[in-house]
Design a binder for this molecule. Structure first.
Ligand SMILES: Cc1ncc(COP(=O)(O)O)c(C=O)c1O
Length: 397
């Protein structure tokens, strides 16, 4: 039986091969510190589990396709703290930010259309786009510039008659970049001039460690073009809840995407009840989590830049660092760390960054590190990485 050309164009996960290397290392008795995944280790607020335990219904019914109204109300109120003004009918609940992204692409693009995305980018953007016949026109950003956006002319040069939107995560996965107000104004200007949608993936909104955070949703004049993708996964360390949302002032967009929400019937009822409680979590939780990640970033970054030749600006958001290493091939370096290196039976696993780029040849010498371990383990992992890199460089002179 044949598979669709669309699904054949989606590349297999590159991480599987590396995980085999990690498994082998563990079988040999090595401890592997994983800096390769974005699964936070922070405790999910109790309210989530309590709401589910206390559910008294006797039938677990479908929830409304739009999402539970109490959850929508909670998200609307949460947005007020960020000066994002939405009405209840501007918001839809989705199965994670992932479904919000896929449904958005399906709603605004036809096959053969394209979307501008700053690269390196969250690799599932590529998978979602490819699987529905949509292309990405990458806007390359550089480690040397802290992955900030290039000038307007460079972005505009990537626009053609099939370009429908600009999509970005802010704060950024994998780069940790937080766009300045000026950069967002530039995006808004481009969207206005070229009549593009803006898909703002803000699932890491709370993870900003320095400076101001601006949501593109606060910029006047372009509000009917903005679609905000959101999620409880990272904010409340509730990745398994699979609760995300979409918000847009564009009535036509909401009406269109609602057809997809209705076709998939609903988002899990119990997890939505839990998510309502997440949004009631005291703000001190988010402050503490932010402080914890800031410490972790500093531990990892300060160790990493001790190695001569490493190019990396201190990232200001999310919980990732992309660093350019003085190696030819970061994939080879990662495999070497897992199979040939350890200090007292311990090693570390970064994620080669090539998979976050679409442009051939970019990112080959870069890694992404997720600082999702407690500071004690992270310090050990950071030292292992530094020592590993120095040893590898000495061996490969
Ligand atoms: C930038 C970005 N957007 C969206 C998602 C998807 O999140 P969710 O768990 O809500 O589907 C992730 C998950 O890692 C992400 O990093």
């Amino acid at each position: 039986m044949n598979l669709s050309k669309r699904i054949q164009s989606v590349p297999p996960s590159t991480i599987m091969e590396l995980l085999t290397f990690a498994s082998k290392a563990k079988q040999q008795g090595k401890k592997v510190y994983h800096l390769n995944i974005g699964q936070p280790d922070i405790k999910t607020p109790d309210g989530f589990f309590k709401a589910i335990r206390e559910y008294k219904g006797e039938i677990l019914e479908y929830a409304l396709s739009e999402g539970l109204s109490e959850l929508i109300e909670a998200i609307k109120n949460y947005y007020k703290d960020y000066n994002l003004e939405f009405n209840n009918d501007d918001i839809l609940i989705t199965n994670g930010g992932s479904e919000a992204l896929l449904f958005t692409i399906l709603t605004i693009c036809d096959e053969g259309d394209n979307i501008l995305v700053p690269e390196p980018f969250y690799s599932n953007y590529f998978n979602f786009c490819k699987s529905v016949g949509v292309n990405i026109n990458p806007i390359t950003t550089l480690a040397e510039n802290g992955f900030h956006l290039p000038i307007k002319e460079e972005i505009v040069s990537k626009i053609d008659s099939n370009t429908k939107a600009i999509l970005f995560s802010n704060p950024g996965n994998p780069t940790g970049v937080v766009y300045t107000k000026a950069e967002l104004d530039m995006i808004a200007e481009i969207a206005e001039e070229y009549n593009l949608w803006i898909i703002a993936d803000e699932v890491y909104r709370e993870f900003v460690y320095e400076g101001e955070y601006t949501s593109v949703g606060t910029i006047e004049n372009i509000k009917d073009k903005v679609i905000i993708v959101d999620s409880v996964s990272k904010r409340y360390s509730a990745c398994g809840a699979r609760i995300g949302s979409l918000a847009s002032k564009n009535k036509g967009f909401i009406k269109g995407i609602l057809k997809l929400c209705q076709a998939r019937l609903s988002v899990p009822t119990l997890e939505q009840l839990g998510a309502i409680e997440l949004y009631k979590t005291d703000n001190s939780y988010l402050k503490e989590v932010n402080e914890e990640y800031r410490k972790r970033r500093d531990v990892l970054y300060n160790e990493l830049i001790k190695v001569p030749g490493v190019v990396c600006k201190r990232p200001t958001g999310a919980f990732y660092i992309v660093a350019k290493l003085p190696v030819k091939n970061a994939d080879h370096f990662t495999k070497w760390l897992l199979s040939d290196f350890d200090i007292n039976g311990e090693t570390v696993m970064p994620c080669p960054a090539e998979g976050f780029y679409q442009t051939e040849g970019l990112g080959v010498d870069e890694i992404r590190l997720a600082y999702i371990l407690n500071t004690e383990d992270l310090s050990k992992a950071a030292v292992l990485l530094k020592e590993g890199l120095e040893t590898y460089l000495a061996l490969n002179k």
